[in-house]
Design a protein around this ligand. Structure first.
Ligand SMILES: CC(C)(COP(=O)(O)OP(=O)(O)OC[C@H]1O[C@@H](n2cnc3c(N)ncnc32)[C@H](O)[C@@H]1OP(=O)(O)O)[C@@H](O)C(=O)NCCC(=O)NCCS
Length: 166
């Protein structure tokens, strides 16, 4: 298993490259680039302290971008997780989430939230496997509770939450 460490601002460029490369096979280059726009520098600039990477030598193999809510003292949020496609199914994401939960709990956070697209079945199964519940929504797709237009027109989301032990 690669070594776990806190993310650094200087990881930003590498993480963007990882997203473009790791998603390059399953999406067009333009779609992979669009996905990487979900990770502007600000996430590393302001939230590297709560974000994590798994590193093999000097290569990042997986990363988790997350933070603690500024508007309340109880919630933490996982914005983006990515694992090198060659290393999926080996517990990488589980170890990142577990470390994030533990650190968040130590900081007094009691709830972790995340969202995904209703079409991302792998992400829904993964989050369920990690113990998340699905918040009830205003509609349903393939048996999933969906929050219509959650992130803007046409941007439906499935919303996950999980209580973590103090
Ligand atoms: C989803 C993702 C992060 C999972 O990473 P991973 O390292 O392969 O996951 P793990 O090996 O730690 O799996 C943890 C659990 O989730 C399940 N799981 C993970 N990916 C899954 C998938 N695509 N489909 C079904 N189940 C999955 C595993 O079976 C495992 O369950 P178990 O521990 O009960 O056996 C990875 O596939 C990925 O990067 N996907 C593309 C990006 C994405 O969709 N991110 C999430 C939204 S931001």
């Amino acid at each position: 298993m690669p070594a776990l460490r806190q993310a650094r601002v200087s990881d930003h460029g590498t993480i963007v490259e990882c997203v473009q490369r790791w998603w390059g096979d399953s999406r067009t280059p333009e779609q992979a680039r669009e996905l990487s726009l979900l990770l502007p520098r600000l996430f590393l600039q302001f939230f590297s302290g709560t974000s994590l990477v798994l590193e093999d030598g000097t290569d990042i193999r997986a990363f988790l971008i997350g933070f603690y809510a500024a508007d309340n003292a109880t919630e933490a949020y996982i914005h983006f997780v990515g694992v090198d496609p060659k290393l999926r199914g080996q517990g990488m994401a589980r170890s990142l989430y577990t470390a994030f939960f533990q650190r968040a709990a130590e900081e007094g956070r009691t709830v972790v939230r995340a969202v995904t697209s209703p079409t991302n079945a792998g992400s829904v199964t993964f989050h369920r496997a990690m113990g998340f519940s699905l918040e009830s929504g205003d509609s349903e797709a393939d048996g999933l509770p969906v929050h219509t237009d959650y992130d803007g027109p046409g941007q439906d989301r499935v919303c996950f939450y999980q209580r973590i032990a103090p």
